[in-house]
Write a protein that binds this ligand. Sequence first.
Ligand code: SAH
Length: 424
Amino acid sequence: MTVSKVFLKQNRKKRLEQGHPWVYPGEIEKIEGDPQGGDIVHIVNHAGHFLAQGFYNPLSQLKVRVVTYAEVEVDENLFFDKIEQAWKRRQWLLPEVTSCRVVHGEADFLPGLIIDKYEDVLVVQILSLGMEVRRQWIFKALKKIFRQRGIYERSDVPVRRLEGLEERVGFVEEPFDTKVMVRENGLSILVDVAEGQKTGYFFDQRENRAALKPLMSGWGLRHGIQVQENGHPLDTKGKEIKNPFWNGAEVLDCFSHTGSFMLHACLFGAKKVTCLDVSEKAIEMAKGNALLNGFLHRTEFVAANAFDFLREQVKLKKSWDVVILDPPAFAKNRQALQGAIRGYKEINLQGMKLVRNGGILVTASCSYHLSATLFLNMLQEAARDAHRVLRLVEFRRAGIDHPVLLGSEETDYLKFAIYEVFDR
Ligand code: SAH
């Protein structure tokens, strides 16, 4: 069988050569052959020199998605090797980790394929036609590499339509209990891979959650608590404090979902964490996880819309040592960006008003349409309106199991910033 050739224009930006994994319609000079949707094609330059091979999809704006830069057979073995390599990379860079993202789409040279490992359960998300038609290769490879209890498919995302695909969810083979206990930084976290957001949990913030550690203590002393010579703390009225977490932070965790930030906050010594999520189900899950780790007495839970709740707390003159904002992607596409920026600004504005002078704002955005520059601009406007001055402690990205390709800003979606917040 001869492979069709997609010729790229001579006068184009050399994005493919710079590491970008997609070919857009405007970059194509001509197509030689009659490729069908999902077929492998050769991407060649204007002179016919081979550049890469990729999945072809005439229906999509991403006409070709790069699978390999080598002139090799794209078959079941290649898929096995790629998935195995992706898994080996995680074992190498995250040797302690048992639950993580194993395959992160184009950044693992498997365009449109997401594989998350939740201990002995795998969750697969297929986002491209080329992957969809090769789904059996994926499942076969997974069975060979992992001794999993089961595989669950979470292809329930609207972007599949852009590839001409329907949404799809369910067990790949035999049904199993979709509630899985994952281990992270020594915590036990119960996740439901069928019901949870995305594939059940957000592994991309693993390292960011660990970064909360130094922020969770030192607050009692800052608030004027004195320690006697015998080591016992006294409150400002001279009364002895019994609470062992007297020096811990009071934390507001907004958009808490599974409660993973709350769990880390408690692990690192927080005095009290308030979890907020609009979804009752999410709140139940977070509460269950607090109980599981013995943190129930240091937590409280509110099911409410963050936009209303934050404004309300500002009116009530409430304040916290640390406010965490980890909202869902408000901008699902470029058209929605302006509205999304208003949303981000509003929660950040109210959120920073709730931080005590000298306290901490932890703020994230997982929307790749909102670049890091736009994110920082938004924060500056919020700070201006809130009359606060922000000083950066740390700016972070997604974790190691979510690699970023240089040349593909789409793979660099997560912004995570820790700021000290001062009055102005
Ligand atoms: N921090 C979470 C992930 C956040 S996912 C974790 O560590 O797992 C985003 C969450 O925001 C979801 O649980 C969703 O229910 C919640 N959410 C979406 N819109 C909201 C709103 N307007 N107010 C409060 N919560 C909201």
